[in-house]
Design a protein around this ligand. Sequence first.
Ligand SMILES: [Zn+2]
Ligand SMILES: [Zn+2]
Length: 843
Amino acid sequence: MTVRNCMPRYVNIALPVPAGKLFSYHVPDTVSGPLVGVRALVSFRNRELTGVIVEELAAPPTTPTKPVIELLDETPLFSEALLRFTRWVAEYYFCSWGEVLKAALPPGMVPERDATVCLLRTPTEEELAALEHRAPKRAAILRLLMQHAGPISVGYLTRQLHSESLSAQLQALEHQGYIALETRAPALPRARTLRALELAEELRSEPERFRTLMEHLQHRSPAQARLLSVLYAHAAHSTAPLPLREALRRSQTSTTTLRHLLQQGYVREVTLEAPENVLEADEPRLAERNELLLPLNPEQDYAVRRIAEALEAGVPKVFLLRGVTGSGKTLVYMHAIHIALEHKKSVLVLVPEIALTPQLIDRFRMAFPQRIAVLHSRMSPGERFAAWRAIRRGDVPIVLGARSAVFAPLPSLGLLIVDEEHEPSYKQEDPAPRYHARDCAVMRAHMEGAVTILGSATPSLESMYNAHTGKYHLLELKQRADGARLPSIRLVDLRDARRQHRLRGNFSDELLAALQQRVERAEGVILFHNRRGFARWLQCPDCGYIPMCAHCSVSLTYHKVPKLLRCHYCGYSTPVLEECPQCGSPTLEEIGSGTQRIEEELHELLKTAFPQLRIARMDTDTTTRKGSHRRLLHQFARGDIHVLVGTQMVAKGLDLPHVTLVGVINADMQLFLPDFRASERAFQLLTQVAGRAGRRSDAPGEVLIQTAHPEHPVLVAVQTGNDELFYHDELQHRKAALYPPFTRFVVVELSGVDEEKVHQHAHFFASCIPPHPAVLKLGPAIPTVVRIRNRFRRVVILKNLKPLDPAAHHLRSVLRTALAKYQRRYAVSSVRLTVDVDAYGML
Ligand SMILES: [Zn+2]
Ligand SMILES: [Zn+2]
């Protein structure tokens, strides 16, 4: 027996709080085994929080520590490699390690026991004013509670007030009878279980013994032999047990047969956490064949061989796979995955949005049955929990998921694929970590010695630049694999059409004629219009009044089904006004068009000629229900729907051979957004949409783009297919204006309910930024949308010159200095400050 000393074990824990430091706790010495990478429930100020142990200390810390309440895992959830990677993410994106670890875990795996605060008595203005002088923190808490209708969590209050702890203040307020504190218990997700079978160890490890047994059983009990051979074959390519139902199905045997084998000890039954979310029974399959068996064309073959070389050499190369739509990038991915698996490596595949890529998922499932886990935002916490653990154990070698799957705990990662790498949805906007999953994937691959493939028909400027400078290796697929020709693209000048009265509503005569022709021939049509709702806004023709959101400084969008005015920023909605509240005018005009209006106009225009015409709309309003997107696609593919009208959703993941016409209702909407990425996004979106046409060799596709600016360089590039010219010009432009990829674009946003205060804070923060040759400062500026969800906003922009600061060290030190100085003045404040490194989107 060993004699234990009574010293506890000391650990550092990363907690999901904004403070950029670790917190020390202790664990009794009776706990054995590794602690680093294990989740721990600890008490932290007024709350119980879950953090991850990231370090075991050799000596006790100088300050006294509290004990860990509960260790939540028997074995580490995070490997050393994953801890290293998540720490890099925290440093680069300027947030806490605990926040990254929380984002890495599926929701529900970071339980919190958080107290909530509710207001019992509203203070009078005098009381509040008195409190403001004596105890500003308490006053701020009361003000926040008064702004909210219901109870607020302590965690939220702490974050809002940028405070380390509010316990003293809350106790005082409770004592004074203003508030009540309540504690809720966290709910832990439960994993779904599944019965599974595996061959007895001696039969697996001794083939001779297996063969003898099989010879013996072949005649006496063929059913038993069949079941054993199914399990043997499964064990040859997987270490995971085979689900019981699957084993019985494949061997066509009954539970009686199984019982005999279990009794004789040839087979073992185990309980598995269900690793894979299977398709719902009523969901149609969108792929029918295993494409891995299809031959590669020479371009694909060349790409696969280059990738195979890197996989064999085990060097962390990054490939930019640039292939026109229909060139068969997916087939290249599949072969690369196959090779990685042969090398006993695991594979991570990132897609922009799982819900929008049902077709891709089905194709992967056909190629790699039973070996792929899909991480889906619509999975229950229990399902995700089970999937995460199965991945961590190495049961499933392929993981497919959206943004946050970049943190999937795959052991021995060999290959990362980022499909549609240019998609903005890879960037997380809010909350922290505000990371870019593509860039993180490249870094993770670099750290783990894995190969990366970034795929796109229209790569981002960043990736094209990296390919030009040799940082990435460019692989090109210029031919369409299906032998189809690229569609012909025509620009329709809306100015001419209007002048010559050849415009009916949003439809030019050219577009209408092309549409009618396709409908007659029973070919599919996609109409792209990147705005949902019916009208962009309502406006009073007499006084000019426009209904605005009550919480944001944006106009409300008019929706006809259901009849509502809606804010697309915060979701606020209100019934449609019957008359102008300002002047009483009885009508409000519908200004601008959304997908609902396009659908309605088209219906009106074609209903006499084609009474049977079926038009469907695909946007976030029509695809909220689980499986609705998949069903719409299926109906469209079958020809039950003739015309699909949609937002940018129709630009993605659709591979429908019967579509021969794509119409863009108004390209100008994309061209003139107040965003330095507007041209890039327009080029990508329009090219992607155009690529939906003519994916069949016998029926060439046609694309009609309606615009009032046919001379715009983006449209010229889309029409002529001259991508190179576009990328060249756009890079020149970005370089001159000091935008990415030449700089890191960093947005510091300050927001709060009191505009004057936000303004002051923004000016003070800007003045805290020390001058540095690698960091240019702009602002504070007033953003395009000045108020969102009742909070007024100001932004300070930093442009970090990459050539002078390749690893962003100077940027971080400048930001740290500024924040420290800012927080010395405004330690307690209702103004929120967020830092977004490599910011995307509009301001
Ligand atoms: Zn009016
Ligand atoms: Zn709003």
